[in-house]
Write a protein that binds this ligand. Structure first.
Ligand SMILES: Cc1cc2nc3c(=O)[nH]c(=O)nc-3n(C[C@H](O)[C@H](O)[C@H](O)COP(=O)(O)O)c2cc1C
Length: 156
């Protein structure tokens, strides 16, 4: 089996779709992410894999905090908005409704729910950084909505 085939199989694993909010000094940014998972219950820890070249990696490394906005089934357009352009070139929060968490990180107003995290560890792996975040606070905004499930072919 070739690497391409492996990828086709891995695409069968299920993930949600999230917007990772980040900040540094006066700057805020958001990035779509599917490679996120819970890794511990007590303490409540999550892991998120972010490409080193993304602006988000730089901001999280500098500030040590990030948020996770959980997208609903109706927010595929939001996933594309935050996933196909870089905050290096554009302010992605222009014309997007957001709030600032107690960590000072942006959270989408229309998300299903959010997590507010501080980085407790990170690992340098290939061209990625695996950030381990401890959840410091969280909120449920839309109990009735269903989360957006990541399907590779919806985006690429
Ligand atoms: C549906 C979807 C899921 C994505 N998941 C990830 C991911 O898990 N990790 C990652 O590094 N990039 C992921 N990306 C790509 C980034 O969102 C994209 O490169 C973004 O422009 C980076 O923004 P930034 O430079 O402002 O940080 C995803 C993109 C899409 C559309």
């Amino acid at each position: 089996m070739t690497e391409k085939n492996y990828q086709e199989i891995i695409n069968m694993t299920t993930n949600g779709v999230y917007v990772i909010g980040s900040k540094n000094k006066g700057i805020i940014n958001g990035m779509t992410c599917a490679w996120l998972t819970q890794i511990s219950f007590e303490p409540m820890l999550i892991a998120v894999s972010i490409d080193k070249s993304h602006y988000t990696s730089e901001l999280i490394k500098k500030s040590g905090v990030f948020s996770v906005s959980i997208l609903s089934e109706s927010q595929k357009d939001i996933a594309k908005h935050f996933g196909f352009q870089s905050g290096k070139n554009v302010n992605k929060f222009n014309n997007i409704k957001y709030e600032i968490s107690s960590n000072g990180v942006p959270i989408l107003k229309d998300c299903i729910a959010y997590l507010d995290c501080k980085v407790v560890n990170f690992f340098d792996i290939a061209n990625r950084i695996l950030f381990i975040g401890e959840v410091l606070s969280a909120g449920l905004k839309q109990k009735e909505s269903r989360p957006l499930i990541y399907r590779y072919y919806d985006y690429f």
